[in-house]
Design a protein around this ligand. Structure first.
Ligand code: AN0
Ligand code: CP
Length: 342
């Protein structure tokens, strides 16, 4: 695997989920695979989980790890060509990439959407420059439009929770809901979650009591927040949040700013003042109509904006095991990359 951005990069999801469980049962099983190989993790944005879980994953595989925080100690990087560099940016990405690549074997990139220019973000301009100019395998640690390590960890979490469900079900309902937030956030997390759920619902992937379990995937958000069809495909969109939640087994909450699909000029903005949208905050009222629904969120989460204290603290909340599975998804991805460069 030379690049990890989309669900297709991982191939058969059933195989990937089995590999995740193999790693989970013995996370040091491939501790020799990464000997004398170096992972460089480049962060243009903040991180807690991705930073720690990806370092841990690389260490599980015996790799050396270097972490670079571009905005804390490195030269500020210009990312666009043609700019007269007379501002605060001392170095261009086009020199920095091959230099960074000379010290490592694999590169992870965290580079959020700028939310100013939709075409620039949706072309994955920064990530693709790393692919083009590094000559090394590159993987996304949340780029402008996707967060595949998160979506893979989410799928692992849903797989595990489905297998341990008391009641045998033929079908589980997974609902991704928009929730309010005071800042403009990227669409990477919901894009990837939708992309992975759409793919996961194509074939029976999950199991309960040795029987196949299908996924029904529903997205709910206020009008104007329609996600790019490239990710959400033909998934059902239900604008009535309460209706969407009825009978749900999993509630996946996330805020995102306007994706600019229907209104290009509003790309990256908040459409209504969040104070007027607080009825979208996931609370007991909505969870009551689910089928003992499990609550999920990628974290970091703002309490009593996205979700109430009661819901996130309930025994049905999966946010901690979900974050813990980030180590597993990253270990599988790095293992695949190492196998491809052996
Ligand atoms: C980021 C986002 O919404 O994309 C990272 C989530 C993993 N969240 C914030 O910036 C709060
Ligand atoms: N979920 C996630 O990617 O968290 P961080 O932003 O803390 O890495």
């Amino acid at each position: 695997m030379k690049s990890f951005l989309n669900v297709q990069d991982l191939g058969d999801l059933k195989v990937a989920l089995a590999e995740a469980q193999e790693i989970k049962n013995d996370r040091y099983k491939y501790a020799e695979l990464g000997k004398n190989k170096t992972a460089l993790l480049v962060f243009f944005n903040n991180s807690l989980r991705t930073r720690l879980s990806t370092q841990k994953a690389a260490q599980n595989l015996g790799m050396n790890v270097i972490v670079l925080d571009v905005n804390a100690g490195a030269w500020k990087l210009e990312t666009e060509r043609g700019v007269v560099m007379d501002g605060d940016k001392s170095e261009h990405l086009l020199e920095a990439i091959p230099v960074m690549a000379s010290y490592c074997d694999v590169i992870g990139i965290r580079s959020f959407a700028g939310l100013k220019d939709r075409d620039y973000d949706y072309a994955e301009t920064v990530y693709n420059q790393f692919v083009k100019y590094s000559g090394k395998p590159v993987f996304a640690m949340e780029t402008a439009t996707v967060h595949p390590l998160q979506a893979f960890a989410d799928l692992i979490t849903i797989d595990e929770a489905t297998r341990s469900m008391q009641e045998a079900k033929k079908k589980i309902k997974v609902v991704m809901t928009w929730a309010p937030h005071p800042r403009c956030l990227p669409q990477a997390v919901p894009n990837s979650f939708a992309e992975w759920m759409v793919e996961a619902s194509r074939t029976p992937l999950l199991q309960n009591a040795g029987k196949d379990v299908e996924i029904e995937f529903v997205v709910t958000h206020p009008r104007g927040y329609e996600l790019d069809p490239k990710f959400v495909g033909d998934a059902r969109v239900e604008y009535d949040q309460m209706k969407a939640f009825e009978g749900a087994d999993f509630i996946y909450a996330k805020n995102w700013s306007c994706p600019g699909v229907t209104e290009a000029d509003k790309y990256g903005t908040i459409l209504e003042d969040y104070h007027t949208m607080l009825d979208w905050t996931v609370g007991e009222r909505q969870m009551a109509v689910t089928d003992n629904g499990k609550f999920m969120h990628c974290l970091p989460v703002r309490r009593n904006m996205i979700v109430t204290d009661d819901v996130i603290e309930a025994p049905t909340s999966l946010v901690i095991p979900e974050a813990a599975n980030r180590e597993i998804s990253a270990t599988v991805v790095l293992k695949r990359i190492l196998e491809s460069i052996k």
